[in-house]
Design a protein around this ligand. Structure first.
Ligand SMILES: *Cc1c(COP(=O)(O)O)cnc(C)c1O
Length: 286
């Protein structure tokens, strides 16, 4: 367990003063990180963008024992691949912008939990004002009708692409929890009913190779969101991890050359053709 960036004069009554990095597999780390005033334990599974899948059951147990809220940001797994409520989550959070909407044309969020919790959140919504407009609610309702079919196809496409990328010389690493050699494959297989539509690769040629690769794509689109019917590509060094140094990103397992892929519902052969021509467009030596 490692303490990160303590800010100013941290006191036990000061709610957001210290970030603590823990090894999620170590129960003692979770327990050590909890403070007397801790009210929520929040997990994100799978993680962005390295797609680690930690077992949510031990932290769920700790939260239950302590009587605190266990919340999960389940955006990456979607409700199709994991039912966190069954695992003991008191709050399941989704960015509905992603898989729930599914067409990259709305911005919304969902929190599900007990009646009391949802009533409290609705109270806060009235104060802060994030009310979905009728058209957006209609789009979301329409998207939900095809959620399961979309995600099943995305799971299958991502699995096929993960295997395909693994056989390409230009690709140094493939991160996909469905691959048997992924560090969390066993946990993912026991918690998830599908391994998800998110997949990441690291190109041998580093950052310039990643730029050439993404620049040469024709079918897959370069865009920062995820979970839509179309395949979306991003480089974390330009998006989620733009404010970290190259060294810090490397320490997190996100070296430059890292490319995140949100796999869509296209014909997987079309995607392979597009990724193949884009890999071939990478100049030798990066
Ligand atoms: C996108 C995303 C969010 C934020 O959701 P918005 O709909 O963009 O506000 C939160 N968590 C995860 C895991 C996400 O991917």
């Amino acid at each position: 367990m490692q303490q990160l960036r303590p800010r100013g004069s941290a006191t036990r009554r000061d709610p957001v003063t210290v970030a603590i990095a823990i090894e999620p597999e170590r129960q003692a780390d979770w327990e050590g990180a909890l403070r007397p005033e801790t009210g929520v334990l929040l997990l994100e599974i799978p993680t962005n963008p390295t797609l680690r899948v930690f077992d949510p059951r031990p932290p769920a147990g700790i939260a239950r024992d302590r009587g605190i809220l266990f919340a999960v940001d389940a955006t990456f797994s979607s409700p199709v691949n994991v039912s966190f409520a069954e695992i003991g989550a008191g709050a399941v959070i989704h960015s509905a912008t992603k898989y729930l909407g599914g067409h990259s044309d709305l911005i919304a969020g969902v929190v599900s939990g007990s009646r009391e919790l949802v009533a409290r959140i609705q109270g806060l919504m009235k104060i802060y004002g994030p009310a979905p407009d009728p058209h957006m609610a209609w789009l979301l309702d329409r998207g939900l009708k095809t959620l399961e079919m979309r995600v099943e196809r995305q799971n299958a496409n991502a699995m096929a692409l993960a295997r395909w990328f693994r056989d390409r010389d230009e690709v140094a690493v493939v991160h996909y929890p469905g691959l048997p050699d992924h560090p969390d494959h066993a946990v993912a297989a026991s918690v998830m009913s599908g391994f998800g539509g998110m997949l990441s690769i690291v190109l041998r040629g580093g950052p310039s190779a990643a730029d050439s690769f993404t620049g040469a794509l024709g079918l897959a689109l370069v865009a920062p969101s995820l979970g839509g019917v179309e395949t979306l590509i991003s480089q974390p060094r330009y998006t989620s991890h733009i404010h970290q140094s190259r060294k810090d990103r490397e320490a997190l397992g996100i070296p430059d050359g890292f490319v995140r892929i949100s796999v869509g519902i296209e014909d997987v052969r079309d995607l392979q053709r597009d990724f193949g021509q884009a890999l071939e467009a990478v100049p030798a030596g990066g």
